[in-house]
Design a protein around this ligand. Sequence first.
Ligand SMILES: Nc1ncnc2c1ncn2[C@@H]1O[C@H](COP(=O)(O)OP(=O)(O)OP(=O)(O)O)[C@@H](O)[C@H]1O
Ligand SMILES: [Mg+2]
Length: 245
Amino acid sequence: MSAPSVILETIDVTQRFGGLVANSNVSIKVGRGEILGLIGPNGAGKSTLFNAIAGARIPTSGRILFDGHDITALTAPDRCRLGIARTFQVPRSFDSMSVVENVMVGSFVRASNAREARQLALETLHFVGLGARVEDPAIQLTPPEKRRLEMARALATAPKLLLLDEVMTGLTPSEARLGVELIRKVRESGVTVVMVEHVMEIVMPLVDRAIVLHLGALLAEGKPTEIVRNDAVISAYLGDRHRAA
Ligand SMILES: Nc1ncnc2c1ncn2[C@@H]1O[C@H](COP(=O)(O)OP(=O)(O)OP(=O)(O)O)[C@@H](O)[C@H]1O
Ligand SMILES: [Mg+2]
């Protein structure tokens, strides 16, 4: 039997912080193998939805299904073992540890000993283009390298679904091009990708589909070509410069 084509589904996910509704009845489906863009203005609830999917916070209400499991009540480590990995909007690294040790934090999820964890971490670092930096202390990495380290730590868990929260932020155009290539390579390796990204020039050519959040709720979803022409999306987020483009 082939695997179902929907790998992730959120059903009416709502996250309240006191009186603020950060996610309001958000229902989305993510297809296996797709690159999905999650976009919307600052404060729209994108990172909050990632937290709900990855298990950093159990939503106030709603359900989350992943790869045949109801994961709504699972802890983040349990979700990681099922195949969900994420990067954080603000990169988190263990600065006093070496680059490879940072990535071993991820590969230990599936390795049975330190030697194997190290081997898996090294392979992942070569995959993301940090092969020359493995023994350096993480604190010596440049900001774009820290983003790659974040991705490596997530990929080292061998996820089925990778959640990327603004991994292109602060990159020069040429670094961003390398980032785009890396995300394509990740998808080609069989991983489903959901990415939050503000730079439309980067996200629109890369994603198969985009979902737009606004004020915590789903505003629109569709192919990039449909999204950039959607009047509600233009007025809430993209602005007139994209209408002209
Ligand atoms: N832990 C929290 N406690 C209280 N309010 C929160 C918390 N986390 C997020 N919020 C609020 O929820 C709303 C959604 O925040 P979130 O970080 O999900 O937005 P975002 O779409 O990721 O924005 P950005 O593009 O700026 O990263 C915001 O109003 C934010 O201030
Ligand atoms: Mg965010």
